[in-house]
Design a protein around this ligand. Structure first.
Ligand code: HEC
Ligand code: HEC
Length: 140
């Protein structure tokens, strides 16, 4: 009787309970692991890659918010929409001449400030000349 108690043979009632419990545990772990793997895959696909930027004048490490402020200032100074310089959905594209002209205007504005008012003083801006017009030389 005691011998039997200490010597479980495979197939013994208690032994098979142990086996099925540990099987259930590994199955649970497998399910949890594969859920984790699925989550990792999902997040890898969903992660927003830092957009490849095409900034040639503005600082490359400019924050989204600062970039937004600068672009809004351009719109207000010339009284135009984003699409005056950008192809909607492809902001990095340089295909519109207005965007390329703007780069010259940015450089010119920076140089005027640097020479007469102090680097990054921002005293002269797009508004100084454009004042709500696409071409400052237009009478209206
Ligand atoms: C008057 C022209 C002009 C207007 C209007 C304008 N942008 Fe821009 N935008 C530019 C120029 C020029 C650059 C590139 C600056 C550089 O090279 O440093 C730029 C760059 C950007 C970029 C970075 C794109 C990249 O990945 O390289 C974003 C985003 C952007 N503009 C959004 C906007 C939004 C949104 C608006 C409207 C609220 C707007 N812009 C209005 C001229 C303009
Ligand atoms: C010192 C004055 C001055 C400043 C500052 C200035 N501009 Fe201009 N901009 C002009 C003049 C003058 C013209 C017209 C040039 C021409 O007729 O050939 C012009 C033309 C342009 C054009 C082309 C318009 C067209 O009819 O095709 C764009 C776009 C523009 N500017 C954007 C800007 C932006 C954006 C800024 C600020 C970063 C800026 N400019 C700052 C004077 C200025």
């Amino acid at each position: 009787m005691f011998r039997n108690f200490f010597n479980f043979k495979s197939g013994d009632e208690c032994g098979s309970i142990f086996v099925s419990v540990s099987k259930m545990k590994t199955r649970k772990i497998k399910v949890i692991l594969s859920l984790f793997a699925a989550l990792l895959l999902l997040s890898a696909f969903n992660r927003k890659e830092p957009a490849a930027r095409n900034l040639q004048i503005l600082p490359k490490d400019i924050s989204e918010q600062q970039l937004d402020e600068v672009m809004t200032m351009y719109c207000e100074s010339l009284k135009v929409e984003c699409s005056y310089c950008h192809i909607p959905g492809d902001m990095a594209s340089d295909s519109l001449p207005e965007k390329r002209i703007t780069r010259h205007m940015m450089q010119m504005t920076n140089e005027i400030n640097e020479k007469y008012f102090g680097k990054n003083s921002g005293v002269v801006g797009c508004m100084t000349c454009h004042n709500g017009k696409v071409n400052p030389n237009d009478a209206h």
